[in-house]
Ligand binder design. Structure first.
Ligand code: SF4
Ligand code: SF4
Length: 129
């Protein structure tokens, strides 16, 4: 069993879920996240954290399409472990119908490496060669 990110995450992406996942199994697309079904330990803590109510257990009915989509894109999108900046217009899209048909993007998100603030340059001198 796993938890699954569903349609209302598209263009919402508040990312509250990412902060609480103990195993960092969220992956970031351009405008939604997915959960890696083989990494999710089924703890359920992300479900109530999602303000868009987009996370459901795979035991909920009618999730076949979303189960497939989570499994497929978790393999190709980058891992994300910290909350980034949600889109400014996220609220306007919360609860809209047919978001998958209208807005789903297969493109990857920025992932952890580039969405996190840049680390300051180290001031330790490089060793002499
Ligand atoms: S909190 Fe919900 S809407 Fe936001 S990124 Fe996570 S699953 Fe998507
Ligand atoms: S159910 Fe637990 S392990 Fe699975 S995605 Fe949510 S927080 Fe992560």
């Amino acid at each position: 069993m796993t938890y699954v990110v569903t349609e209302n995450c598209i263009k919402c992406k508040y990312m509250d879920c990412v902060e609480v996942c103990p195993v960092d199994c969220f992956y970031e697309g351009e405008n939604m996240l997915v959960i890696h079904p083989d990494e999710c330990i089924d703890c359920g803590v992300c479900e109530p954290e999602c303000p868009a109510e987009a996370i459901l257990p795979d035991t909920a009915p009618g999730l076949d399409k979303w189960l497939k989509l989570n499994a497929e894109y978790a393999e190709v999108w980058p891992n994300i472990v910290a909350k980034g900046e949600p889109p400014a217009d996220a609220e306007a899209f919360d609860g809209q119908p047919d978001k998958f048909e209208k807005y789903f993007s297969p493109d990857p998100g920025q992932g952890e490496a580039t969405s996190a603030p840049q680390a300051p340059q180290s001031d330790v001198p490089a060793p002499k060669t």
